[in-house]
Write a protein that binds this ligand. Structure first.
Ligand SMILES: C[S@@+](CC[C@H](N)C(=O)[O-])C[C@H]1O[C@@H](n2cnc3c(N)ncnc32)[C@H](O)[C@@H]1O
Length: 228
């Protein structure tokens, strides 16, 4: 899968892409992420990417001409046509809420384009003409879309075949179905008198499977009854 990220602060994104599962997925050639620095692609003599809002008010606004030129340069086509060829998501707190279902849908794409805002926000014409859809991580406001892009790429990448060492872990994970995952324990079996449930150390795999299923149901009922 190929992911293109367009952003004004690549430093905020680069290191998560190099670590752990994402780093390994990129090394294995399963995931290819290109981070495009809007400053570098800007035609402004000072490589500016933002300007004051029309009508006044606080903060700066990411310019539509800068984002359009960046898309056009990278994809060698008119900027507004990119969304007809590839999924182009604008990251914004006003978008559709990102969850495992959205991650699964995005993981089935060959290419994904993420447009990150910054400053006070983005020129509305980016949303209207350049983005195909909008994604929000949740009802809170980040300073920029780069961190949101890292979260989305990580959630999507671990669903790609071959990225996780043991793909069984995907099947039992929270949100894979209707349940949250069961609790995990490892050594020591007794720490400070805090004991691992006996069933897990007994070696009866049928009992362990059933215990885990019950735990998953119970914790979903208590914490997230809306999933059931
Ligand atoms: C400071 S925010 C702008 C918020 C905007 N003024 C508003 O109230 O809707 C700057 C950028 O961070 C990103 N961002 C902030 N919160 C986000 C969220 N919850 N999900 C996805 N992206 C977010 C977006 O790309 C946004 O353009």
């Amino acid at each position: 899968m190929k992911v293109h990220v367009f952003c004004a602060l690549p430093e905020a994104l680069v290191s998560p892409l190099e670590a752990g599962v994402l780093g390994r997925a990129r090394e294995a050639g399963i995931l290819d992420v290109e981070v495009h620095d809007l400053h570098e692609l800007s035609q402004d003599p000072h490589h500016k990417v933002d300007d004051c809002p029309y009508g006044g008010g606080p903060g700066m606004v990411l310019r539509v001409d800068v984002v359009a030129h960046a898309l056009q340069t990278v994809f060698c086509m008119e900027a507004w046509k990119v969304k007809e060829k590839h999924p182009v998501a604008l990251l914004t707190p006003q978008g559709e809420r990102f969850d495992q279902k959205v991650a699964r849908t995005l993981a089935s794409e060959e290419t994904l384009v993420l447009l990150c805002g910054r400053y006070e926000g983005v020129d509305e014409r980016i949303r209207e003409h350049l983005a195909g859809f909008e994604i929000s991580l949740g009802d809170f406001v980040l300073s920029g879309g780069e961190v949101a892009a890292a979260v989305i790429i990580e959630a999507v990448a671990r669903l790609l075949p071959g990225v996780l060492g043991n793909e069984e872990s995907l099947a039992e994970e929270s949100f894979a179905g209707q349940l949250l995952e069961y609790p995990h324990y490892t050594r020591p079996a007794d720490f400070n008198g805090w004991k691992v449930p006996e069933v897990l150390t007994g070696g009866d795999h049928g009992r362990i499977r059933e215990w885990r299923r019950q735990q998953a149901i119970e914790r979903t009922r208590i914490r997230r009854p809306d999933l059931l």
